[in-house]
Design a protein around this ligand. Structure first.
Ligand SMILES: [Zn+2]
Length: 186
């Protein structure tokens, strides 16, 4: 079923705290033996100007995960994200998952399964994919359709992309980081 519970205009705004949280969660999945994807939920608001602002990210531990995907119990996941939305006093916006580098490769976009589960989830308006890989430091240019981060302590690179539902289409959305005033290098 296509459609979203809310409509919004790009760009999707990611609060800096949510960016940090997404990187931390992706890193956790990357560092375990037999790297695995991380999966969780995004919370925030739809602003007066019609943008989505993601303020918080929370991981969801239910289901099973592997290097290539996450399989979760839908009813339980929905219950959990309603709970979290109440606790955080934020609206549930969508989910996120990580794509980890395996043998030097990190899968680039949304897989067919990713698209299917996003499309079928009529409460999710956005889906973020967090790419994580280790590598030599080099300058990654942020583009209007992704947020990039580099972590000097670990040498990890991150790239966050956000997909949205536009009618029947799932498309990469423009994204912008909303800073909190703390200096951070992207
Ligand atoms: Zn995926």
């Amino acid at each position: 079923m296509a459609g979203a519970p809310f409509t919004f205009s790009p760009p999707v705004l990611l609060h800096e705290d949510a960016v940090r949280e997404l990187c931390r969660l992706a890193r956790r999945g990357y560092e375990v033996r037999n790297k695995r994807e991380t999966y969780g939920f995004l919370f925030g608001v739809v602003t007066g100007t019609g943008n989505v602002l993601v303020r918080r990210a929370r991981s969801y531990r239910g289901g099973t995960r592997s290097m290539y995907g996450v399989c979760y119990p839908v009813a339980d996941a929905r219950r959990r994200r309603r709970e979290l939305a109440r606790e955080l006093h934020q609206r549930y916006l969508g989910s996120f998952h990580s794509h980890v580098e395996i043998g030097g490769r990190v899968s680039r976009g949304m897989s067919t399964e990713d698209r299917r589960s996003f499309r079928d989830d009529d409460m999710s308006g956005i889906e973020a994919v967090v790419f994580v890989w280790a590598g030599l430091k080099r300058t990654l240019r942020p583009s209007p359709r992704s947020v990039v981060a580099y972590e000097p302590d670990t040498g990890y690179h991150y790239r966050i992309r956000v997909y949205g539902k536009y009618g029947d289409q799932i498309r990469k959305s423009r994204v912008r980081v909303q800073r909190s005033g703390v200096v951070i290098v992207y």
